[in-house]
Design a protein around this ligand. Structure first.
Ligand SMILES: Nc1ncnc2c1ncn2[C@@H]1O[C@H](COP(=O)(O)OP(=O)(O)OP(=O)(O)O)[C@@H](O)[C@H]1O
Length: 255
């Protein structure tokens, strides 16, 4: 399988703390990977490195063979990596559909001038964007909420809207940071199905940080376990489940 994203010797240090060290990782096209580990293991820091929020102290990140090391977060989004956050970061005062349009905006097809002058190409662009946004909302069963203020959506739906907005940037790789955090079991089960569905429908790779073991083990093909910023284990859900080091470091404390 062709690697989509590859990191080698990736690391970052905050003062004396090596938050991530020698992180070597590869995710292929269309793969669904889980990234797990105890609190403070470095999972979110890896997302921040992959999306250009943090610059690595060492190592390389390649997307489709192109280095991301010196790219800005905006450039990285345009190159094909989108993410969601541990804490919901929607534009709460905006409507559901406008939140998705923000994601679509970077690929709008009309110029700034046509937008200021309200030329026909602007309206065409707007119409297309509206249609695309509604299509994305329908994947999550959110189309009936299109005009509702984002903050008025139930919590589980807000998390789904975040994923819809990330998908609007047409990513090749989607990074989901604890998408089921704070969800009840029904919402979590629904989310599992949705994540599996969007991987197929949009033909993208997904890297998922998740504390809910059932969710990770149920949908991911491969799992990478981090501990103290380094990879403790890497393998299929079964291999991870039966790895004594993992059980001691992580699963043991969860069960
Ligand atoms: N900007 C920063 N400055 C200093 N230390 C940081 C910074 N960002 C992260 N760290 C430290 O790096 C380590 C890894 O943090 P990170 O948030 O990546 O862990 P995590 O695995 O995502 O944890 P959790 O499951 O609790 O979200 C922690 O010790 C954290 O305090």
């Amino acid at each position: 399988m062709k690697p989509l994203l590859k990191t080698s010797g990736l690391g970052i240090q905050f003062g004396g703390l090596k938050a991530v060290d020698e992180f070597n990782f590869e995710i292929g096209e269309g793969q669904l990977f889980g990234l797990i580990g105890p609190n403070g293991a470095g999972k979110t820091t890896i997302f921040n490195l992959l999306t250009g929020v943090y610059k690595p102290t060492s190592g390389k990140i390649l997307l489709d063979g192109v280095s991301l090391n010196k790219k800005s977060p905006t450039q990285i989004t345009q190159m094909g990596i989108a993410r969601t956050f541990q804490n919901i970061r929607l534009f709460k005062e905006m409507s559901v559909i406008d939140n998705v349009k923000v994601g679509l905006h970077h690929s709008h097809e009309y110029s700034l001038l046509s937008s200021i002058l309200h030329l026909p190409s602007y309206f065409k662009g707007e119409e297309k964007m509206d249609q695309k946004a509604r299509e994305l909302l329908s994947v999550f069963g959110l189309e009936e909420f299109a005009d509702v203020k984002a903050s008025n959506l139930p919590y589980g739906k807000q998390r789904q809207l975040e994923i819809a907005r990330a998908l609007a940037t047409s990513p090749k790789l989607l990074l989901l940071d604890e998408p089921a955090a704070g969800m009840n079991p029904t919402e979590t089960a629904e989310l599992m199905e949705t994540i599996a569905l969007i991987r197929k429908k949009f033909d993208i790779s997904i890297l998922l940080i998740e504390h809910d073991m059932k969710l990770v083990m149920g949908i991911c093909e491969k799992i990478c376990v981090l501990n103290f910023g380094t990879v403790l284990a890497f393998g299929s859900p079964d291999e991870i489940r039966n790895n004594p080091e993992v059980v001691a470091a992580y699963l043991g404390s969860e069960e």
